[in-house]
Design a protein around this ligand. Structure first.
Ligand SMILES: *Cc1c(COP(=O)(O)O)cnc(C)c1O
Length: 238
């Protein structure tokens, strides 16, 4: 592993790149939350990130998230904000409902209803984002842009969920400039919805941008970026 940058170095570099991108767009770096995506990495790696100042961690499988949370707590770590960023099955909601900080990937009212039910059982409201399939790729989860309003209105009726905005995954691209129109479209969609009746608070977050393209996403208005590889190096699978 000689010469490999440490997780702390990588985190700092990602933070600097976020700040530079924010500066180019006339934004403040504090407007952007960095979610460190620890999926597939062992708890010790997540622990190293937390010790280096990562407060927000992202996972895409419920059981893996819960196991990592428990391992970190056993190591004495409290106060991590856990983000669920993957496709969420309804029968897994109960495992994360008591503590999850933000679910990025709500793509149906039925899932929203299950989240609401489990949140109420846990005596809380769970912040959620709607996952939007902006690119129209068939392999991607998420709702098409023209169905976001209806889902948003449905989610706003639910006691146990607090809609906070939109999330998208961009297709893999060689050049990050290729995904700029997708991120721009997500921002415009949130703006259009807020301008035409949805509460502004319900459209305040845009979760977009990964290792390949987070600077472009920040330039286009991301308030949350989800970065794994640039912090932790390549994953073995997935
Ligand atoms: C894995 C994953 C990421 C992070 O991807 P990197 O390219 O490693 O930064 C971000 N968002 C989602 C939804 C993911 O599943």
């Amino acid at each position: 592993m000689g010469g490999r940058m440490s997780i702390a170095d990588n985190l700092q570099r990602v933070r600097e790149r976020i700040a530079e991108a924010a500066g180019r767009a006339g934004r403040r770096p504090e407007e952007v939350t960095l979610v460190a995506v620890t999926k597939t990495h062992p708890p010790e790696v997540a622990l190293e990130a937390v010790r280096a100042g990562a407060l927000d961690l992202g996972e895409n499988y419920a059981q893996e998230l819960v196991a990592k949370k428990e391992a970190l707590e056993a190591a004495g770590v409290q106060g991590v904000r856990w983000h669920f960023i993957g496709h969420l099955q309804r029968n897994k909601v109960k495992y994360i409902a008591p503590f999850i900080h933000l679910i990025h990937s709500v793509d149906s009212l039925r899932l929203g209803q299950e989240i609401s039910k489990r949140a109420q059982q846990a005596g809380r409201r769970i912040p959620v984002l709607i996952e939007v399939n902006v690119s129209g790729e068939e392999t991607k989860f998420g709702v098409p842009p023209e169905q976001v309003r209806e889902l948003a209105e449905g989610l706003l009726e639910l006691e146990g969920v607090e809609l906070q905005g939109l999330m998208t995954m961009a297709p893999i691209a060689e050049d990050p400039e290729q995904v700029r129109p997708i991120y721009r479209r997500l921002r415009e969609l949130a703006e259009e919805l807020a301008a035409s009746g949805l509460p502004e608070q319900s459209m305040r977050h845009l979760s977009m941008g990964m290792t390949q393209d987070f600077e472009v996403a920040v330039e286009e208005g991301a308030t949350i970026v989800r970065v794994g590889t640039a912090i932790f190096g390549p994953r073995r699978q997935g």
